[in-house]
Design a protein around this ligand. Structure first.
Ligand code: 4GX
Length: 395
């Protein structure tokens, strides 16, 4: 990875590229850098690089010296990034994307910023390191280069350290302790001294959950929670008695999707009762006994029976997500469910209504009981619900 930094204060970067992890990576040739001063590209008297803002209000960096510096350093594979509070927020997903580039060209602005015409013509991406105002783009550029370098193989000594971070992707880290085992009357949590690796890793997971819920509950929206689930995820399809023929046609695919997305079982429930549901499952299994979903689909009398079955198997009461949860805003439903499932280590069951008829919980507007097309979005609802729950959007 090559970093080119365009800064009027290149002295900032000497210690950065010469010290610690980044220093070693530079010495090993894993990363390389080039520092360009826009002053060296100025043709104005005294190598001026800024001028008064049109319309008033401070100084702005002129387009031409910056353009010349970029033209001197960039090839057609370079990514030109301007550090700016108006930019896209730097987060691990963006860091990982940038680590795949081979040349990053970072522009460090000062004063009120840079001439917008330069930005339009030369900048691929504006990046901000947070909602606060610094005196220049140098520290943001260092923050970006530091975070990106960690993802270059060989830079971080322990490969597992970076991998561990991505395994626990999107959740906060657990607390850490080192010797002595007792310090100023404070003890290290006993489990960490037990030598029981299983107990240590479940303690760490629970601590990550606790801290994330307490400090950054917003992270749960996109975090990959799969490694943190202590119990299974189940789905329930409620079949309408008048439309079992339709249900039978879509159920195999729905069940297969649910299995592929990591569910433990799909329950089939019919208003006609458990026997009707069992008959339906048996008909399907007879038709294709080899199918993936054959052992996955299970008839149940109702949501209560399904919950009882889960409770017996998992030794914990499932969190029930009722039919139509996706219609009333999936985000709201999932925030509640994720919190409960992670905090209490519960299993969860998502219910879906598998029929063509207007469901009683769908939004008003259509006349009551009016027939409409088969709700094809059921497949979509299932996929979106499970994807958003597990949070695998970035995997
Ligand atoms: N994350 N600053 C840049 C001048 C500036 C303004 C606009 C380009 C466009 C910052 C941040 C940050 C202060 C660096 C203003 N340059 N950069 N500088 N936060 O606050 O990235």
């Amino acid at each position: 990875m090559k970093f080119t930094v365009i800064s009027a204060f290149p002295e900032f970067f000497g210690p950065f590229f010469g010290t610690s992890v980044i220093g070693k990576a530079t010495a090993k040739g894993l990363i390389s850098h080039e520092l360009l001063n826009p002053r060296d590209f100025s043709e104005a008297p005294h190598n001026q690089i800024d001028d008064y803002a049109y319309g008033g209000g401070g100084m702005v960096m002129m387009a031409e010296p910056l353009a010349r510096a970029v033209e001197a350093a960039a090839s057609n594979t370079s990514k030109v990034i301007l550090m700016s509070p108006q930019g896209k927020r730097l987060e691990e997903a963006l860091v990982e994307e940038l680590a795949m580039e081979d040349h990053l060209l970072l522009l460090c602005g000062h004063y009120e910023g840079v001439d917008e015409r330069f930005v339009e013509s030369f900048v691929d991406l504006e990046v901000s390191i947070g909602d606060f105002v610094l005196t220049g783009g140098e520290i943001p550029a260092m923050a970006l280069m530091d975070a990106v370098s960690r993802h270059i193989s060989g830079v971080v000594g322990k490969k597992e350290a970076v991998e561990e971070d991505s395994f626990f992707r999107g959740m906060l880290d657990t607390p850490h302790y080192t010797r002595p085992a007792e310090w100023r009357g404070k003890k290290v949590p006993g489990v960490l001294l037990s030598g029981d690796h299983g107990a240590v890793s479940s303690w760490r997971r629970q601590e990550s959950i606790r801290r994330t819920l307490e400090r950054r509950p917003d992270l749960l929206e996109n975090a990959d929670i799969r490694p943190y689930l202590r119990k299974g995820v189940y789905v329930l399809f409620n079949v309408d008695p008048d439309e079992e023929d339709i249900a039978e046609r879509v159920l195999p695919t729905l069940a297969e999707d649910a299995a592929a997305m990591g569910c433990k079982k799909a329950f089939l429930v019919s208003v006609k009762g458990e026997k009707a549901a069992r008959d339906c499952v048996n008909r399907l299994k007879q038709r294709s006994p080899e199918a993936v979903w054959a052992g996955f689909l299970k008839a149940a009398g109702g949501i209560e029976t399904a919950s009882e079955w889960i409770k017996k198997r998992e030794k914990a009461e499932p969190c029930v997500v009722p039919e139509g949860h996706f219609r009333n805003g999936l985000g709201t439903a999932l925030r509640r469910v994720k919190r409960e499932v992670l905090e209490k280590g519960k299993p969860v069951i998502f219910c879906f209504r598998c029929c063509r008829k207007q469901s009683p919980d769908s939004p008003k507007g259509d006349a009551e009981g009016k027939e409409r097309e088969l709700d094809l979005s059921l497949f979509g609802s299932l996929a979106v619900t499970l994807d958003r729950f597990f949070g695998c959007s970035r995997c």
